[in-house]
Design a protein around this ligand. Structure first.
Ligand code: HEC
Length: 454
């Protein structure tokens, strides 16, 4: 099964490369030709859409065949040219642009889809159609093969029943992990409990709740304690599941510390699946052996901006600062706001005063809780004493299409009509000497690629 998936992904990557290289390698006359579904568009849909747009998954329609896709051509052009689909709301002009989980389309891919639609969305030669993707067996844990068995710890959310026709629901039960000793997580996977559950589970977040035992990290949390949120007991989002996402294996030598009596706070977004469905979400955790602790601890910090106070018909900005108590590598960034959320950026202000934008989500959409995970080469290495600055913008005007009412004042709160403003930032901590050697490794790799390119 695994081999079959890998092979089909291999084919897929080749097909994408061919699409991307196409315009440069063909003659001007061929460039004017209308792209066809089978030859040009299907490989893009396989690579960037099918993870969600296939039968029995969360998206409203399947894009696996020409027949299924054709009626949606106009809507597809609209969604891809405005970069609403695939959901990836990052500003492409500032900050780091190398992500492990980038699912966005390239400019060439968007151009191909737009020209296909403008040209009448032709089918093309059936022989050009790439082989169908074999999606993994939903009933299996994806990492089971790699780790020789199912997860060591499985925590399940309280069941929820979604009616056939209902407005979206946010289900927030809390449950115990059942751990009685300290353990380190090395991989995490999440999935709806049943295949039917995939139709209603838009996304799910599992947050590890425990008392922070490291005094320096607890101090950093307190220093940023905005909005009255109890930071002492938030070790961060443990795992966020969204369709099309398998899970997370920690980088070598790193892990997440789970303490005895810890709890999981769920935040599950259900949307109706056309029939009544009852389901749970399962969190599967692969642990390091009991006597083996990884060298580095990864912590997911909540970095808030505080003071959410948004008058009617205004765009408001808030800022917060989070001090890094030790040298660190920033692994990922996930903005959290509600319906008025417009944009969020994170910057690093180094002890020497140098300031750089790490990431900016310019087109925030509450429906999509994307976590932007930097690649190994790009994840920023920052010295002790760096301040992480988070800026959040809320748009409480009529220009914001998801705004339920621009004429009311909005403050901090848990309901989706209230607001929040924080980033979940995954941080790996280093001792000074480890940081120096990480930095040296990075510099060596950079000068090598620069040398090679000249
Ligand atoms: C991560 C999952 C995911 C991926 C990847 C994704 N979509 Fe979607 N798409 C959805 C969901 C869920 C909806 C319905 C909710 C919404 O509009 O946000 C949707 C809605 C749409 C719609 C609007 C349908 C309507 O009702 O009018 C279009 C068109 C669309 N997607 C096209 C695409 C295309 C083309 C791609 C790939 C280039 C893609 N999507 C990738 C999940 C996804």
């Amino acid at each position: 099964m695994k081999t079959a998936i890998r092979q089909s992904l291999g084919v897929l990557l080749c097909a994408c490369a061919a699409v991307a290289l196409g315009p440069a390698s063909v003659s001007a006359a061929a460039e004017d030709e209308v792209p066809t579904f089978t030859k040009d568009v299907a490989p893009i849909f396989q690579a960037k859409c099918e993870a969600c747009h296939r039968p029995d998954s969360i998206a409203p329609m399947s894009l696996v065949s020409y027949q299924a896709s054709r009626p949606w051509a106009r809507s597809i052009k609209e969604r891809v040219t405005t970069r609403q689909m695939p959901p990836w709301h990052l500003d492409r002009t500032v900050g780091i642009q190398d992500f492990k989980n980038d699912r966005s389309l390239t400019d060439e891919q968007i151009d191909t889809i737009a020209r296909w639609v403008d040209g009448g969305a032709p089918r093309g030669n059936p022989e050009d159609m790439p082989a169908a993707i074999h999606w993994p067996d939903e009933a299996k844990w994806n990492f089971a093969e790699q780790f020789n068995g199912p997860p060591d710890l499985i925590v399940e959310s309280t069941p929820y029943t979604m009616a056939a026709e209902a407005t979206d629901a946010w289900w927030k039960p809390r449950g115990e992990t059942g751990l009685t000793t300290e353990r380190w997580a090395r991989a995490i996977e999440m999935r709806p409990g049943t295949v039917a559950g995939r139709k209603i589970t838009h996304h799910a977040i599992a947050r590890l709740v425990q008392e922070e035992t490291d005094p320096e990290l607890a101090a950093a949390n307190r220093a940023n304690a905005a909005n009255g949120v109890d930071r002492s007991r938030t070790a961060g989002t443990f795992m966020e599941w969204a369709v099309g996402k398998q899970g997370e294996i920690m980088r070598p030598g790193t892990g997440k510390l789970m303490l005895p009596d810890s709890e999981i706070q769920w935040d599950i977004h259900y949307s109706s699946g056309g029939e009544e469905i009852t389901d749970t979400v399962q969190l599967g955790v692969y642990l390091y052996p009991e006597d083996q602790a990884p060298e580095h601890r990864q912590v997911l910090h909540l970095m808030g901006t505080g003071g959410v106070d948004i008058p009617p018909n205004t765009v408001a900005a808030t800022q917060g600062f989070f001090p890094l108590q030790r040298a660190a590598r920033i692994e990922s960034f996930q903005p959290h706001m509600h319906l008025r959320g417009k944009a969020m950026s994170i910057e690093a202000i180094r002890p020497n005063g140098r300031r750089e934008v790490l990431s900016h989500v310019g087109d925030f959409n509450f429906n999509w809780h994307n976590s932007y995970v930097f690649t190994d080469e790009a994840a920023p290495l920052l010295p002790k004493g760096t301040l992480i600055k988070v800026t959040a913008w809320h748009d409480n005007t009529a220009a914001n299409r998801s705004n339920p009412d621009p004429n009311v004042w909005v403050g901090y709160g848990d309901r989706t009509v209230d607001e929040m403003a924080h980033a979940w930032v995954n941080v790996t901590y280093f001792e000074e000497d480890e940081y120096e050697s990480e930095l040296a490794k990075r510099e060596a790799a950079e000068s090598e690629t620069q040398g090679g390119g000249q």
